[in-house]
Design a protein around this ligand. Structure first.
Ligand code: GLY
Length: 437
C-alpha cells in the first residue's frame, strides 16, 4: 500500500514509523515531513493546508489512504475535500472536527449528551463579557478560553476578577487580528486537579480505547513556567489511571461521546483525544482534540502491538469492532527536547549533534522541528526532538530516556528533568503501575 501522512511534527514521525512496520506497506510519503521522517518516508514539499496539491499528489501517486496528523487541515475540511474527490482519508469531517475547533460546540455537545465538564458562560460581544466579569466576586478564580483553535494559546487561568479584566483587555487589543479565534469568549469554572489524556480509535460507530497517557504541558520542572505544546508524556499513568478510573471514564464519558457522534451523524473516522481533569477523583472533560496528541502519540505508538495499517483499513471500512487492538504491557516515556526560548522566540538552524550515539534498541528518537541540511540535522522549530524509551519497568525506561537525552546536544537545548522521575518515589517494586492484563 502507498500511504500519505500529512504533518511535520513528532506525532507524524511516530505515525510514519508505526505504519512502516506493516508488511503491507510499499511506500510512505509525508507532507511536508521533517528531518526524521526522511528515514521512513519520502518527504513531499506541500503545505498541510494546500488541499489542491495534496489531493492531486494522492491521485497521481495512487495513494491508498491519507492519514492527517494535525488539527488545522482537519478543521479546514481536508477530509471533505479528499472524499469529494474519491480519496480515502483518516480524520473527521470539517463539521465533526468542530469538537476541537469550536470550544462552544464541544461544550454544547457535552451538555446535550450529559458528559461531565466544567460549567461555562459564553459571549459574542466583548461588552457582554465585560459585564459578566463585573458581576463576579472579586476573588473568583475563573478560566477564560477562546472559542477557536489557538495552538495552546487560547486558555488563561485568572486568579481573580482583576486578572480577568487584564486578559479581556488583551483580547480586545488582539481582536481584529485574531480572526475567528476570539469570536466567542468562554468563561469556565476553574477546576484544579491532575490531567490525563484518553485517546480512542473510532470509525464513528464503535471505538477502541488506547491506554491512558499523561502529557506535561508546562515548560519547567514541577509544572512551572509557561504552557507549551507538551514537554513529555508517558503511558500508562501509574497510580492515577487505575482500572477502576479507566472503566469509569469509558462508561461516563467515552460511551456517551460515541453515542452523541452517532446521534448527531458526525462523520468521524480516526483518533479522538479526550482531555480529562480529575476534580476530587471525579473525571471531567477539559477538551476534545480530533487527532493524536503530541507528544502522547510518541509515547503511545511504540506500544501498539496491532498493525496500524489494519486499524486504518478497519476504520475506513467502518469495521473497527471486527479487530482486537493490542498494546504491549510496558512503560513508555517520551521526553521532549526544545529550543531555548520556546514557547517564545528561539533561534533556528542550529546544528543537532550526537543523534548517532543513541543505539539503544528500545529507544527511538522522533524528530519534530528538524531539517536535514547539507548532510547535517539542524533545528527548525521550538519542539525539536522527542526521545521515547520503552521498558518492562518504569525505572529503567526513565533511566534510558535521560541517558539518551544526555548524548544529544544543540545550542540552548532545554528539557525537563522530572518527567517520569516523579513516579520513582512511589515505587515499591519495579513493575508496579504497569497493568498486568
Ligand atoms: N499534548 C497536547 C495536544 O496534543 O494537544
Amino acid at each position: 500500500m502507498k500511504i500519505l501522512v500529512v504533518g511535520s511534527g513528532g506525532r507524524e514521525h511516530a505515525i510514519c514509523l508505526q505504519l512502516s512496520k506493516s508488511p503491507k506497506i510499499e511506500r510512505i510519503y509525508c507532507a511536508p515531513g521533517n528531518g526524521g521522517t526522511l528515514n521512513v518516508a519520502q518527504n513531499i514539499d506541500i503545505l498541510v493546508t494546500d488541499f489542491d496539491k495534496l489531493a492531486a499528489f494522492a491521485k497521481e501517486n495512487d495513494i491508498d489512504f491519507t492519514f492527517v496528523g494535525p488539527e488545522t487541515p482537519l478543521s479546514y475540511g481536508i477530509v471533505d475535500y479528499f472524499e469529494s474527490r474519491g480519496l480515502k482519508v483518516i480524520g473527521p469531517s470539517r463539521y465533526a472536527a468542530k469538537l476541537e475547533s469550536s470550544k462552544i460546540y464541544a461544550k454544547k455537545f457535552m451538555q446535550k449528551y450529559n458528559i461531565p465538564t466544567a460549567r461555562y458562560n459564553s459571549f459574542e460581544k466583548i461588552t457582554d463579557a465585560i459585564k459578566f466579569v463585573e458581576s463576579l466576586n472579586k476573588d473568583k478564580k475563573i478560566v477564560i478560553k477562546a472559542d477557536g483553535l489557538a495552538a495552546g494559546k487560547g486558555v488563561y487561568i485568572c486568579n481573580n476578577r482583576e486578572d480577568a479584566f487584564y486578559i479581556l483587555k488583551h483580547v480586545i487589543e488582539n481582536y481584529k487580528t485574531s480572526g475567528d479565534l476570539w469570536k466567542n469568549i468562554i468563561f469556565e469554572e476553574y477546576i484544579d486537579g491532575p490531567e490525563l489524556s484518553y485517546l480512542i480509535f473510532t470509525d464513528g460507530v464503535s471505538y477502541s480505547m488506547m491506554p491512558a497517557s499523561q502529557d506535561h504541558k508546562r515548560l519547567n520542572d514541577g509544572n512551572k513556567g509557561p504552557n507549551t505544546g507538551g514537554m513529555g508524556a508517558y503511558v500508562p499513568v501509574p497510580f492515577l489511571a487505575t482500572k477502576e478510573l479507566n472503566k469509569k471514564i469509558e462508561i461516563d464519558i467515552i460511551r456517551k461521546l460515541i453515542s452523541g457522534i452517532k446521534s448527531e451523524k458526525l462523520d468521524y473516522k480516526g483518533v479522538l483525544y479526550v482531555g480529562i481533569i480529575l476534580c476530587n477523583s471525579s473525571p471531567h472533560v477539559l477538551e476534545f482534540n480530533c487527532r493524536f496528541g503530541d507528544p502522547e502519540a510518541q509515547a503511545l505508538l511504540p506500544l501498539l502491538d496491532t498493525d496500524l495499517v489494519d486499524i486504518c483499513n478497519a476504520i475506513l471500512d467502518k469495521k473497527l469492532s471486527s479487530i482486537k487492538i493490542k498494546w504491549k504491557k510496558k512503560f513508555s516515556i517520551c521526553l521532549v527536547l526544545v529550543s531555548g526560548g520556546y514557547p517564545g522566540y528561539f533561534e533556528k538552524k542550529v546544528e543537532i549533534k550526537g543523534l548517532n550515539s543513541i543505539n539503544d534498541k528500545f529507544t527511538t528518537v522522533f524528530h519534530a522541528g528538524t531539517q536535514f541540511y547539507n548532510g547535517r540535522f539542524i533545528t527548525s522549530g521550538g519542539r525539536v526532538l522527542g526521545i521515547t524509551s520503552v521498558s518492562e519497568d518504569i525505572k529503567s525506561a526513565v533511566d534510558k530516556v535521560y541517558s539518551s537525552a544526555k548524548l544529544v546536544s544543540f545550542k540552548n537545548m532545554h528539557y525537563r528533568k522530572d518527567i517520569g522521575r516523579n513516579l520513582l518515589k512511589f515505587l515499591k517494586k519495579e513493575s508496579e503501575g504497569i497493568p498486568s492484563e
